[in-house]
Design a protein around this ligand. Structure first.
Ligand code: ADP
Ligand code: MG
Length: 223
């Protein structure tokens, strides 16, 4: 939505430019989020493609610059939302499990002074977290606009849960919805098991879980 991605035929790189309509995304934020992601997912060295920002002059804004990223060939049929897990090799399934485990721990970490951030893998097509068709490796290709756990963590500290029916909570609602779906699909976790998992139960009421399970079904992400 706020960026455009280009690739010359056969190139091993993509170029990404950022639109003027989102000035809050700055060079500093982009770089800091990339460093944060690489550290948070350091146990998965193949997850995050290399990227390098080319700035036309010292001090150029992000919107004047070009982000060069390693190209990751992927296919819609292999999107995590639609692919049959049985068709994936064991290594890919193991990487998905590891991604979910690290992300679950980031969500559950309410102890740190700084709230955690998790990547944006909530887009409808699941085109940000993909399987590399050459190697079968899981790849996080959208590395910007991380989702902060600040709000759910604050609610938790105040003894409240996230009201997922509120429009203003839709991003966190989508995040938990996608996470619960992936847990069920790739880790065979049951609804009851997820509802007892403190990583989620601290943020969601029983009704909240039910709302997200229903929303997941409605979005075609059902089991
Ligand atoms: N490294 C990459 N390799 C292949 N395709 C990419 C890569 N980076 C982005 N894309 C494609 O461009 C789309 C938008 O890029 P993304 O980084 O997700 O931008 P945005 O933050 O605007 O969503 C991705 O969903 C994917 O289809
Ligand atoms: Mg994206």
């Amino acid at each position: 939505m706020h960026s455009k991605v280009f690739r010359r035929e056969n190139s091993t790189y993509v170029l990404q430019i950022f639109k003027e309509d989102a000035p809050e995304l700055t060079v500093e934020k982009l770089n800091a989020e990339y460093v944060y992601l690489c550290r948070a997912y350091s146990a998965m060295p193949t997850l995050i493609p290399r990227q390098c920002l080319r700035r036309p002059y010292v001090g150029a804004s992000l919107q004047e610059s070009v982000l060069v990223k390693d190209y990751v060939p992927h296919r819609t049929e292999l999107a995590l939302t639609t692919v049959d897990p049985a068709e994936l090799d064991a290594t890919t399934r193991q990487q998905i499990a590891q991604f979910l485990s690290i992300t679950r721990n980031l969500l559950a970490d309410t102890s740190a002074d700084q709230p955690s951030m998790v990547p944006d893998f909530i887009d409808p097509d699941c085109a940000n977290l993909v399987i590399d068709i050459r190697t079968g490796d899981l790849k996080l290709i959208d590395t910007n606009r991380l989702i902060s756990t600040r709000k759910p963590a604050r609610l938790y500290a105040e003894g409240q849960v996230l009201d997922v029916t509120e429009d203003r909570n839709f991003i966190h609602g989508l995040l938990f919805r996608r996470m619960l779906f992936l847990e069920m699909k790739f880790l065979d976790r049951s609804r009851d098991d997820l509802m007892r998992d403190p990583a989620y139960a601290r943020y969601l009421s029983r009704a909240g879980f039910e709302t997200l399970f229903a929303a997941s079904e409605a979005a075609g992400e059902s089991l």
